[in-house]
Design a binder for this molecule. Structure first.
Ligand code: IPE
Ligand code: IPE
Ligand code: MG
Length: 253
């Protein structure tokens, strides 16, 4: 597995187009409520917007898109909503594979899948296998994912694999066991829906990511709204601990 450098160990290369975009797709429920629709109608519409986002990433040459679909804390929601979300997830997995293949999109699901019913686990494995050779865009759906869960599962696997080095493990030792080991750290993090928090998303990987918060609800977050997020990203100065003067292209005199 190709491992990427860590933003805290080496200064990453920065491009105008983000390589990896991570998104908390929030606001589906409020979108539906505003329209006097059941919350699930918002999730349904949200799936449309995810399709649009995948298209926009392909068009822009973004290489990795990681989205938060269901957090380890979302089990706390009413049972009916959880079950409808699972049904929507299962249906999407079944329906989208052909289209993902046509567009050369590789799908992965990150999270603790053991809590999903075996049928859904099978659909996930199947979709991952069928898209495994696609190389244009890596789309990762975080489902029953939690940043703390991720760090703990990685630590536990490292402890099993390399107990003799306990007490002297480095970032590099842990990195291969994290769920997102196949991708570089996100360049841009977007959260729609107005909330300005991480909600236990990619805690480890967001160390030097640029954050973009917008009040736009996820089902309204169209290509134009995404373009604004990219423009905002392009105006940022990513220093990674250095001073402005030290950045490439700056006058270092
Ligand atoms: C995000 O939308 C989707 C999931 C968490 C599954 P919400 O369902 O959180 O929508 P709001 O925040 O209630 O509007
Ligand atoms: C969690 O969203 C992340 C997802 C979109 C799945 P929530 O809407 O559940 O987040 P909180 O609980 O309000 O922080
Ligand atoms: Mg929410």
């Amino acid at each position: 597995m190709a491992l990427f450098s860590s933003s805290t160990r080496d200064v990453p290369q920065v491009n105008a187009v983000p390589v990896h975009v991570a998104v908390i797709m929030d606001g589906n429920g409020r979108w539906a409520k505003k329209r006097f629709l059941p919350r699930v109608a918002g999730h349904f519409k949200g799936l449309d917007l995810l399709r649009e986002m995948v298209r926009a990433c392909l068009d822009r040459g973004i290489r990795y898109l990681t989205v938060f679909a269901f957090s380890s804390e979302n089990w706390r929601r009413p049972q009916e909503e959880v079950s409808l979300l699972m049904q929507l997830f299962a249906k999407a997995l079944q329906q989208e594979v052909a289209k993902l293949n046509r567009n050369e999109v590789r799908l992965r699901v990150a999270g603790d899948l053991s809590r999903f019913d075996p049928f859904l686990q099978g659909l996930v494995r199947d979709a991952e296998e069928k898209t495994a050779t696609n190389q244009k865009l890596d789309l990762t759906i975080c489902a029953n994912y939690g940043g703390r869960w991720d760090i703990m599962q990685a630590l536990n696997r490292l402890a099993q694999a390399c107990p003799e080095k306990a007490g002297a493990w480095s970032e590099e030792d842990l990195a291969p066991y994290l769920s997102m080991a196949f991708a570089p750290e996100p360049d841009l993090f977007i959260r729609t829906g107005g909330e300005e928090r991480i909600s236990n998303f990619l805690l480890w990987q967001l160390a030097y990511t640029e954050f973009y918060f917008t009040p736009t609800l996820w089902p309204d977050f169209d290509t134009e709204a995404f373009a604004k997020a990219i423009t905002s990203y392009q105006r940022r100065e990513r220093r990674f601990g250095r001073t402005s003067e030290q950045l490439p292209g700056q006058d270092n005199a």
